[in-house]
Design a protein around this ligand. Structure first.
Ligand SMILES: [Zn+2]
Length: 377
């Protein structure tokens, strides 16, 4: 599908979902609660419960339905608003040679993901350097920060700006569809027991609610698990890779003339390259161990980074994620122990200026598994 078709689908599918919600509202509130429970037509067969109890049940179901629909609808609108107005794309460069494009965005950071030469990762399609965890979306034709996946059901790209609202959308989505599923199952079973006809409108809603409940519940579990281990859907596929990280610091070993060819002494200490990025800032390039997630800060902190610092933020679709609002010079995202350990070990990054801890010899590793999605080496 080309980019235009993707964008059209990302509008059509949410509109179809709104249509589905309107249909569910008509069936649950009018057909089930009002017509079937509260005001059954004269001559309607006797039910196992008194009329007043059924009326109270009808009112209670309408109240619960409206509350669930309200929170789901507000979350859905917030998600669509963020995805359509602030999808987290990186600005397009002027398609120049990468050596002529400024890296000043990275040069103020303690550490960033880089290639073997200590340069940030380049996107030739956007003509720009990619901030950490950025992925080029073929659906948008643009680089997207902390891209998770393209979801036409949610109106477009799920990224660092919308991840929190996407999780809330799935959470309230499975509560809402789960409630509709239970209501339809119970009253269809009751009609069946009393040998009443089973309206097609009810059966259709039962099928739709079952389908979307399974979909939203499954997606919620997967997304929340990935959130807890701080991997995006794209990074999960690349799990097991090693990452090259440029850290503010200096090697105590003599430098080679070329940044891409470290001296034997540097290689023995695990330093892949050393590069002078600005007159006052030099960086060393080191690697994580295979499978180490540089941003994994423990399940609770990982969840807080996206969902918010307090429990209210977790449930309310209002504030943006702390990983965006709390960004500082330490890195594009908070570094986990896998990286802070390296910083301490080499006296680099945030630990720059502090005496390095005892260095252990790191074995050299093959280049085949290095995180370098576009192959810029
Ligand atoms: Zn790009």
């Amino acid at each position: 599908m080309d980019q235009k078709a993707n964008q059209v689908m990302a509008i059509i599918l949410p509109l179809l979902e709104v249509g589905g919600i309107a249909y569910a509202t008509y069936v649950v509130i009018y057909l089930v609660c009002v017509q079937y429970l509260m005001h059954p037509t004269p001559g309607f067969p006797v039910h196992p419960h008194p009329v007043d109890a059924r009326k109270a049940t009808g009112v209670a179901l309408i109240v619960v339905y409206c509350i669930l629909l309200l929170v789901f609808a507000v979350t859905f609108l917030r998600l669509l608003h963020v995805i359509w107005t602030n999808p987290g794309t990186v600005s397009l460069g002027e398609q120049r040679e990468k050596d002529r494009v400024s890296t000043s965005y990275f040069d103020r950071m303690d550490a960033f993901i880089c290639d073997y030469h200590g340069r940030p990762i380049w996107c030739s399609e956007c003509g720009n350097w990619k901030p950490d965890r950025t992925h080029h979306s073929s659906q948008l034709g643009r680089c997207v920060k902390r891209m998770d996946h393209y979801c036409p059901y949610a109106g477009g790209i799920v990224s660092e700006t919308s991840h929190k609202f996407f999780v809330q959308f799935l959470f309230y989505g499975f509560l809402y569809t789960g409630f509709v599923l239970i209501v339809m199952s119970v009253f269809l079973a009751e009609r069946s027991k009393n040998s009443l006809s089973k309206p097609a409108t009810w059966i259709v809603l039962l099928g739709l609610s079952a389908l979307f409940f399974l979909f939203t519940f499954g997606m919620f579990c997967t997304t929340f698990y990935n959130l807890a281990i701080n991997y995006t859907t794209i990074e999960i596929v690349q799990k097991g890779n090693v990452y090259n990280i440029a850290m503010l610091g200096k090697s105590s070993c003599p430098s080679s003339s070329s940044a891409s060819a470290p001296t034997e002494q540097q290689q023995q200490t695990g330093i892949l390259a050393e590069i002078q990025r600005t007159p006052s800032r030099s960086y060393i390039v080191v690697q994580t161990q295979p499978g180490e997630n540089p941003w994994d800060r423990g399940a609770v902190q990982n969840i807080r980074d996206i969902m918010g610092d307090n429990i209210l933020s977790w449930f309310l679709p209002l504030r943006m994620s702390p990983c965006i609002t709390g960004r500082d010079q330490r890195g594009e995202f908070g570094w986990g122990p896998a990286v802070t350990k390296l910083m301490d070990q080499y006296g680099a990054g945030a630990a720059y200026g502090r005496p390095p801890k005892t260095r252990r010899r790191r074995s050299s590793r093959g280049v085949e598994h290095v995180h370098d999605p576009h192959g810029w080496r």
